[in-house]
Every structure is written in C-alpha cells, then in structure tokens.
Ligand binder design. Structure first.
Ligand SMILES: Nc1ncnc2c1ncn2[C@@H]1O[C@H](COP(=O)(O)OP(=O)(O)OP(=O)(O)O)[C@@H](O)[C@H]1O
Ligand SMILES: [Mg+2]
Length: 248
C-alpha cells in the first residue's frame, strides 16, 4: 500500500502526520519505506535521514535506481529529499512521462514493503503529481480554518485531474483535522463545514482529529518518533486512534 500525504497549503501537519504514520506502522511490526518529496526535507530530518545523501533527486533525474539510494535510519528505510529536489522538479518538467518517474522507479522495490509513505510539499507541481501517480491512496491533513477550506477545493481539483490523466485507481483515504482545538467554538464550526464540504466531494473527515500539542514539534526537533518521545501525549494518543480508524 502506498500512501501520499498531501495538502495544497503549507504547514497543515503533512510531515508530522507522515512521520507518525511511519513510526506507528513500524511499531506494528510492518516493513516501511518513507519517501520525502519535499525539497524542504523536513520528513528526512524528522526521520533522522541525511538530506545530503543521494535521494529522490537522483531517481527523478536518472542518476540512480531506488534501491541504490535507500537510507536505513534508526526509524525507517528512507528515500531522502534535499534542496536539489527543487532543481530536479524543473529538470523533469519538459520530459515525456515526467508524471510517472516515481511510480516506475518503485516497481522493483514496492513489494519489499508493507507500507510506503510519501510526504509532499504544498505546491501543486510535478513532484506532487509523481507522488499521487505512484500511490494507492492519499491522506489529507488540514487545519480547521477558512484558508484551509480554500486549499481543500484546489486539492480536490488536483486529485480529479490525477485520476483522469494519471492514476484512475487513486483513492482519497480521507481528511484529518490537525492542530485541532476541540474547545474552540470557531474550530467546531469550521469542522462542521469541512465535514459537509468533504461529503459534497465524495470523501470524509475522520472522526479522529489530532489535537494541538507541543510534543509533535519537540519530537521532531530531537529527530525521535512521537510515540517513543511522548507516547502518552495527546498527539500520540490521537494519531494511534486515527491509524486504528484508518485500519493501518
Ligand atoms: N498536532 C500538532 N500540534 C502542535 N503543533 C503541530 C501539530 N502538528 C504539527 N505541528 C507543528 O506545526 C508545524 C507544521 O507542521 P508540519 O511540518 O507537519 O506541516 P506541513 O504540512 O508538513 O508543512 P509544509 O507545508 O511546510 O511541508 C511544525 O512546526 C509542526 O511541529
Ligand atoms: Mg512538510
């Protein structure tokens, strides 16, 4: 199963959710590959990878095969991102088949893993299309605010384009609300409208939301699994509940 974690707006908890998914699946005894498709390399950092090593850039630009760039960190197997990934995106922009490079690159190694998790950046560009074209499902982490609702419309449009032209089998696992403040009335109201919006789009908002919790940022700063760093924290509790709800 290949999951892309995506949302067309910055800072919505994509990388945090992707890292939690990797760490959770590993705790369940699954073999997991993490792929960082964001030049910011936050996922690489959070999983204690090396952004300077060969990674996704080398795959996209035909410099290496996926198996050659695998990193084995304390937390997971990883195909890293580095700042050169932005240049890689531009390098492939005019190439025929540019949307399918990652899908093809994973053909040989995808069977080795129970789960592959791809973290993406907020731009709706070729890196994101590569991730979505290679995936079975997409998880959409978003915040319960009005700007995110605008991002949701754009995301939906991108997903339908990908389904039409690149990957008809792509499913939307659902929307997860992140950095959520359950006691805030505005957040509750926003949640209601996102639930309705999701229904209109033929998808759903997971019952489980991820509460705002500083442990997420602390674990990332220390490059540790959230579940090991603060297993009893609100965020760890919520992510466990979410992944159970998703039947990971
Ligand atoms: N549940 C949470 N509670 C508190 N802070 C959080 C939570 N989830 C994420 N954060 C923090 O919010 C910031 C943005 O989160 P994250 O990097 O996961 O978002 P992103 O969608 O990957 O961002 P980008 O679009 O830049 O890739 C980070 O500093 C992260 O530590
Ligand atoms: Mg990110």
């Amino acid at each position: 199963m290949i999951y892309t974690i995506a949302f067309g707006k910055g800072g919505t908890g994509k990388t945090s959710s992707a890292a939690a998914l990797v760490n959770y699946a590993r705790m369940q005894g699954r073999s997991v590959l993490a792929i960082d498709a964001d030049p910011q390399a936050n996922f690489t950092y959070a999983l204690k990878g090396n952004p300077a090593s060969p990674g996704l850039f080398d795959i996209l630009t035909d410099r290496a095969q996926a198996a050659d760039v695998l990193q084995h960190t304390q937390q997971t197997d990883l195909i890293s991102a580095g700042l050169n990934l932005a240049a890689g995106e531009q390098a492939i922009a005019g190439r025929p088949g540019r949307d399918f490079i990652l899908r093809d690159a994973l053909k040989d190694i995808r069977k080795k893993y129970d789960l592959i998790v791809i973290d993406t950046q907020p731009d709706l560009n070729t890196l994101l299309i590569n991730a979505l074209s290679a995936s079975d499902a997409v998880l959409l982490p978003m915040q319960a605010n009005s700007f995110s609702i605008m991002g949701l419309y754009q995301m939906q449009e991108t997903i339908s384009q990908v389904r039409r032209f690149c990957n008809p089998g792509l499913t939307v696992a659902g929307i997860v609300l992140t950095k959520y403040k359950p006691r805030q009335t505005l957040a509750q109201d926003m949640r209601e409208s996102i639930v309705q919006q999701a229904q209109a789009m033929g998808t759903k908002v997971f019952d489980t939301y991820i509460r705002e919790n500083v442990a997420v940022e602390q674990a990332q700063a220390l490059q540790q699994s959230l579940f090991e760093y603060a297993g009893n924290s609100n965020a760890a509790t919520d992510y466990r509940k979410l992944f159970a709800e998703m039947q990971i």
